[in-house]
Design a protein around this ligand. Structure first.
Ligand code: ZN
Length: 296
């Protein structure tokens, strides 16, 4: 039920009636953080955006919500007057793809995993409306893809069944920047969208794979939260794995989902480190872990 509610919440965000959405987004300011000579992180509302500036073009990762598109495009224009040529969606959620239609209207080519296109295309909002064709990625792939930006290879790789069933991580091989999409919520428990094909084991695998490509100098753009680094990313993986051991032990003892959700002592060690202070509270992560691990 919680999963369903969360899924609906994330989804609804991008379909809210325009007026309501407008009010919510009026006060949002886009903050630009310079990571390297030509790679930036943009924060506003929703998933963190990555921007790479090339000599002839701009490359963007994720686009938050439609009502923020003008502000986002203005922020990008301050970095470069070149056209936004490519946009990669790290996954299908509305707080990462809500601006797709507006970006497509600029002539931007949208790229994503096959399942991102399927989910955007086939998921109606509460009113039964579907997003327009312009919101759909036009280039899709399954395992991995390479894009050359400013003579630099950007490696894009898919991890199955992590936050959703369409997640990708992007690694700038020379700038040494990693964008994790929502396979990393810095300093907090993650949302693992079981209704969109996410799973605890896949989520842990995503963090392991991400950590394989980074070093102490890597600048990490998490899906949510501020700019990060390898040490924080490692601490996040330790939490994910530690929690798996704890919840698996409860499952082995025959505990029910309700018992695990109600037992705050199970997550205390991580709650004390602040992981429960984000969007996903500790009872929610206990329930998500239980559901996902019980299925295996
Ligand atoms: Zn997400």
């Amino acid at each position: 039920m919680i999963q369903k509610t969360l899924s609906t919440f994330f989804f609804t965000l991008c379909f809210m009636p325009v007026l309501l959405a407008q009010n919510r987004f009026d006060k949002v300011e886009i903050e630009t953080i310079k990571l390297t000579e030509n790679v930036y992180m943009l924060k506003g509302a929703g998933g963190n955006i990555g921007v790479a500036i090339g000599a002839k073009e701009v490359f963007v990762i994720d686009d938050q919500f439609a009502p923020l598109s003008n502000k986002i495009i203005t922020a990008i224009t301050k970095l470069s007057d070149k056209p936004i040529r490519f946009l990669v969606n790290t996954h299908w959620h509305g707080d990462h793809t809500g601006g797709n239609e507006n970006m497509a209207k600029l002539g931007t080519t949208i790229i994503a995993h096959n399942n991102v296109k399927k989910r955007i295309k086939n998921t109606p909002n509460r009113q039964g409306d579907y997003r327009s064709k312009e919101a759909l990625p036009v280039i899709t792939f399954n395992d991995k893809l390479n894009i050359t930006v400013n003579d630099e290879d950007v490696a894009i790789f898919h991890i199955s069944n992590a936050h959703t069933d369409g997640d990708v991580l992007l690694y700038f091989t020379e700038s040494n920047v990693l964008h994790t999409g929502d396979t990393y919520f810095k300093g907090s428990y993650p949302f693992i969208d079981l209704n969109s094909g996410g799973s605890v084991n896949g989520y842990i695998e995503a963090a392991r794979r991400g950590l394989l490509v980074v070093n102490d100098a890597t600048k990490i753009i998490p899906g949510h939260g501020s700019q990060s680094n390898k040490a924080e990313y490692s601490a996040f993986l330790e939490m994910l794995e530690g929690l798996k051991t704890i919840i698996n032990a409860e499952i082995a003892k025959g505990k029910t989902e309700e018992e695990v959700a109600a037992d705050a002592s199970l997550t205390k060690v991580y709650d004390d480190l602040g992981f429960g202070n984000g969007f996903i509270k500790s009872n929610v992560i206990r329930r998500t872990y239980y559901k996902s691990l019980k299925e295996n």
